[in-house]
Design a protein around this ligand. Structure first.
Ligand SMILES: Cc1ncc(COP(=O)(O)O)c(C=O)c1O
Length: 367
């Protein structure tokens, strides 16, 4: 039985429901910003529970612009984790700031205790990542940030729909970044992203900055860039937003079935700590497994398409050479990198496929 990792052909195979809006877009010629983008931004702001959404070209741009609009600049130290996608750190470096890594916890999220230890007089902010669509401990992080006068920019790229005590990720920090990359919970036909904020000044700055700094066609008050979302992607995002909660619910069901079905393999498998305080939307379903590489090979041979996100943490990447880190600096991240495996649990995986994954994982450890 094939257990497919990719699902975009299933999700977007039927284009008819988009055609009417696409025809309308083409007939109006509103190809840069305009009403389709405005409609999406309003709807997404209501969904996340913030005053403003400013959409961007990518999630990476959303993070860069969120940091810039929050006042982060050259030389500032920004605390984040080494177990994330490259773009978290790329965005910090892009605004001239200095990333400072701290280890993650047993939930695979930034460890708040270690944030406190990493604060120096140069620390200006924290970028918690809701890694795998699982929320960071935002209550504690916001408390630490307030005590130390630090800015929080959530990397909520993989976490549309995730919550902490019922409050949505992307509504805690001063300005926060989301990605609409095809493999994110709210996904489009290419790249896209958004910044969420309650801050009127941040929103005003970003609305202009992402559009060349223009106040109108003939005037600018500052130098900006072009980081506009494509209206075609805003149309797709507006539609997908209607179904994202349903897709997340199926992912959650699949994750629970996998957790239950694999729970008696505790000698071989470790799950991230689960807590009812968080709604994890499982953009990735990740567990730690003994003999990981052999397990990946075996499952692949049984047509179960699994992945590893990621085998090398960021502090050990060549790009981080100047930071001077070595193996052993972040033991929890490093142990996880050696053992993690991502199993397919997306919204098109059915319980029979979950059973098949469980059966073969069991066969691998208990032949
Ligand atoms: C945690 C995280 N941050 C940032 C990004 C960057 O988003 P994008 O690919 O839309 O630039 C991604 C996804 O790609 C991500 O998973």
């Amino acid at each position: 039985m094939l257990v497919n990792y990719g699902y975009l052909h299933q999700q977007f195979g039927e284009v008819d429901e988009y055609i009417e809006d696409l025809r309308h877009l083409v007939s109006t010629g509103e190809f840069t910003l305009g009403p389709f983008v405005e409609k999406f931004e309003k709807k997404f702001a209501e969904y996340i529970g913030v005053k403003h959404v400013i959409s961007t070209n990518t999630g990476t741009d959303a993070l860069i612009l969120a940091l810039k609009s929050s006042g982060i600049k050259y030389g500032d130290e920004i605390i984040t984790v080494p177990n994330t996608f490259y773009a978290t750190v790329g965005a910090i470096v892009a605004v001239g700031a200095q990333p400072v890594f701290v280890d993650c916890d047993k939930r695979m999220q930034i460890d708040p205790d270690l944030i406190v230890q990493a604060i120096t007089p140069k620390t200006k902010g924290i970028v918690p990542v809701h890694w795998m669509g699982c929320p960071a401990d935002m209550d504690r992080i916001m408390k630490i940030a307030n005590q130390h006068n630090l800015v929080v920019v959530e990397d909520a790229c993989p976490a549309v729909g995730a919550t902490v005590n019922g409050k949505r990720c992307g509504s805690f920090g001063k300005a926060n970044g989301f990605s609409f990359h095809p493999l994110k919970p709210l996904n489009v036909w290419g790249d896209g992203g958004s910044i969420t904020t309650d801050d009127d000044d941040v929103a005003e700055f970003l609305t202009r900055y992402r559009n060349h700094g223009m106040t109108d066609r003939d005037h600018i008050e500052m130098w900006g860039i072009n980081s506009r979302i494509q209206p075609i992607q805003a149309i797709v995002a507006t539609k997908v937003l209607d179904t994202v909660d349903h897709s997340n619910d199926i992912r959650i069901r699949n994750a629970q079935l996998l957790d239950q079905g694999l729970s008696d393999l505790e000698e071989y498998i470790n799950f991230p700590e689960r807590s009812s305080k968080y709604k994890d939307v499982y953009q990735l379903y990740v567990i730690q497994a003994k003999k990981r590489d052999q397990l990946v090979e075996y499952l692949q041979s049984q047509e179960i398409e699994c992945r590893v996100h990621y085998p090398c943490p960021l502090h050990l990447q060549k790009a981080a050479k100047e930071m001077g880190h070595k193996g052993g600096d972040f033991p929890e991240c490093e142990k996880q990198a050696d053992e993690i495996i991502t199993l397919p649990a997306h919204q098109y995986i059915v319980p029979e496929q979950i059973e098949y994954i469980i059966e073969h994982t069991r066969k691998f450890y208990l032949p």
